[in-house]
Design a protein around this ligand. Structure first.
Ligand code: COA
Length: 188
C-alpha cells in the first residue's frame, strides 16, 4: 500500500537537492523549459509563458496533496541553483509510477539526470513501496534512453508513431524497472 507523506520530502545526492517547486521558481521554470530544445523531448506546451509555468507549479502542489504525483525541483547543492524537474505520476491501485524529467540545456551531459533518476527510483521503491516505475521517451531523444539504461531500466518496446510532436508523428520507447530488480542491483 502506497502512502504519500503529508510533508513534502527533500532528497539529497552527492551534487543535487530535490525539493518541492514553489511559486517563486516560475520564472526559472519558464526560462529553462521554454527553450525548444527542452520542449522537443517532452509534451510541454511550446511556447511556454510565465503564466503556464505558474499554473504548472500550482498543479504539481495540488497533485502531491492529492497523492497522485510527486514532482521535485532539481537544485544544484552548492550553487542552490534550480536546474530542472523530475517527477512521478502515481497510480496507487497498481503500485505504479510514470517517470518524467527535463533539465535546462546548460546542465546537460554532466550526469545530473542520471543522478536524479537514481534518487527518485530509490525514493519510489524504498519510501513509496512502488512495484514498478516506467518511463517513455521519444525515439529521437537518445540521451534520455541512455539515462534510463544507465540506471538499469529495461527497454520494453516501442509504440510506433504514438504522439504528434511539432507536427510529426514520433515513436515512443518504453523503459521499465521493477522494485525487485532495483533493490537487487542496489546491493551489488
Ligand atoms: C534527457 C535529459 C534529461 C538528459 O539529461 P542529462 O543530465 O544531460 O543526462 P546525463 O548527463 O545523466 O546522461 C546523458 C547521457 O546521454 C548521452 N547522450 C547525450 N546526447 C546523446 C545523443 N545525441 N546520442 C546518444 N547519447 C547521447 C550522454 O553522453 C550521456 O551518456 P554517458 O554518460 O554514457 O556519456 C536532457 O537532455 C533533457 O532535459 N532533454 C530535454 C527534455 C527531455 O528530453 N526530457 C526527457 C523526456 S523523456
Amino acid at each position: 500500500m502506497i502512502s504519500m507523506m503529508n510533508a513534502f520530502p527533500t532528497l539529497r545526492t552527492e551534487r543535487l537537492i530535490f525539493r518541492q517547486f514553489q511559486a517563486f521558481d516560475a520564472d526559472t521554470v519558464q526560462r529553462l523549459a521554454g527553450l525548444k530544445e527542452v520542449a522537443a523531448g517532452t509534451l510541454l506546451p511550446h511556447p511556454y509563458d510565465l503564466e503556464a509555468a505558474t499554473q504548472w507549479i500550482a498543479q504539481q502542489q495540488e497533485s502531491f496533496a492529492a497523492g497522485n504525483a510527486i514532482t521535485f525541483a532539481i537544485v544544484l547543492a552548492e550553487e542552490e541553483q534550480l536546474i530542472g524537474s523530475i517527477g512521478m505520476e502515481i497510480a496507487r491501485e497498481h503500485e505504479l509510477a510514470r517517470l518524467s524529467y527535463w533539465l535546462g540545456t546548460a546542465y546537460w551531459n554532466r550526469g545530473y539526470c542520471t543522478e536524479a533518476v537514481q534518487a527518485v527510483l530509490d525514493y519510489g521503491f524504498t519510501r513509496l513501496s512502488l512495484h514498478r516505475i516506467y518511463a517513455p521517451h521519444f525515439h529521437n531523444n537518445p540521451a534520455s534512453g541512455r539515462v534510463l539504461r544507465k540506471v538499469g531500466m529495461t527497454c520494453e518496446g516501442r509504440m510506433r508513431e504514438h504522439y504528434i510532436r511539432f507536427g510529426q508523428f514520433v515513436d515512443v520507447e518504453i523503459y521499465g524497472i521493477l522494485r525487485e530488480e532495483f533493490l537487487n542491483d542496489s546491493v551489488l
